[in-house]
Design a protein around this ligand. Sequence first.
Ligand SMILES: Nc1ncnc2c1ncn2[C@@H]1O[C@H](COP(=O)(O)OP(=O)(O)OP(=O)(O)O)[C@@H](O)[C@H]1O
Ligand SMILES: [Mg+2]
Length: 454
Amino acid sequence: MRLVDLWRHTSFRLALGVALFVLATLMLAGGVGYGLMQSQVAVRQDARVTEIFAAIEETGELGDEADLIEAVESRIKASPGRATAYRLVAPNGGILASNIADAAIPDGWSTLPAARLAVAADHSYRVFSGRVARYSLTVGLSNAEQDVLQADVLGSFGWAALATLVAALAAGMALAARVQARMTVAEAAAARIAQGDLSARLPVTGKGDDLDRISGAMNAALERLASVVEASQEVSSNIAHDLRTPLNRLRIHLMEAAHKAASGGDPEDDLAAALAQGETIDQTFTALLRIAQIEAGARREKFASLDLAALVADVADVYADVAEDAGISLAWDTHGPVWVMGDRELLTQTCANLIENAIRHCPSGTTISCTVQAEGDHAVASVSDTGPGIPVAERDKVLRRLYRLEKSRTTEGTGLGLALVKAVADLHGAGLSLTDAAPGLRVTLRFARIHGVA
Ligand SMILES: Nc1ncnc2c1ncn2[C@@H]1O[C@H](COP(=O)(O)OP(=O)(O)OP(=O)(O)O)[C@@H](O)[C@H]1O
Ligand SMILES: [Mg+2]
């Protein structure tokens, strides 16, 4: 991985950012600690110089000049490496005892480089010059130890900083490489999706980290998209397939009419049949468009509170005569109002489709019963019959557009009635189930019930 590529990785930049922050904190804390240590060391060094100076001063006060010289010289002898520097100057300026150069040394405290004291060393000296009786005494202590300590501390800071940076760079690179490996797989999957392969999925490692969560959400969205695309592809191919039969019939009627007209016959019957076929095709398209419109949710703004029990009773009442003509008894059982939010026109159409189905697909002698009842927070409406019912394996399929049971192919209808019921149920957020009424079919719709509407 090149450095420029590496820089593009969020994880690498993050690791580097954290490292720089840690480094800055380290420097700040180290700097403060280093300052404190230095001032402590300086205080101690000054105390030692003061101590030596005071000891010599005491000798000077108690004895004569010879004692003073003796005291300084014995100390000079005890410091052959000139770790301690001394100079005793007589009132007339003559040097009485010294192990350093005859340079001008300022009175009081000073820090002087070794060269000023003519000592061949790199370190400095902490020096105090003052009066002892009539003499001038200089005492200096080498800072060699302190300088070494200082260099050691600075050195270890430097190494710690370098180690932190190297560790952060290594961690950043490792992290970036790991994330990159997952990203490469995800990019490949995204490229496949972009080329129209909706079966591709982003990798999920199962660690439950943020990348996993994003991949999971994207996969769920893809799953949904794939099923929608598949459903719409299936619907269009079904529609194309199912509309071929009525269009063929229309063509045959028209050809027949044209043939009769050409041979001097009467084409009226064939034209009437063609017209009826055209109307059926038109109704099919109208129903298909209506379902598509409901599925798009465009009608939701027409929702209002309504009494579902009264609505079902009204529709059943309208179909009572039709059912009776077919030798079917239609009963409805609704107790008091049951309120829901919904589109009155669509719910009326739904109820009509279910009752019509029971009349159309059941033999005479069948009983149809419609019920509406409140069950806790739900309003449950059902239409049951005692007819042949729908086999379990077909119950999902009959909800699709244009799907009809084999035995119903000869009866009138387009196979869109239950598809509309399903679309209306979905629009209302209602549960739809087709169950066995033993014998017969029961279609149940479970709505959310609303309370307190007069
Ligand atoms: N009550 C019922 N009893 C038995 N079979 C039924 C019943 N209701 C529906 N079916 C079966 O389900 C199929 C689909 O019903 P759907 O209402 O969607 O279409 P359809 O009634 O055939 O036509 P239309 O579009 O005119 O309603 C029917 O063709 C029929 O085979
Ligand atoms: Mg129907």
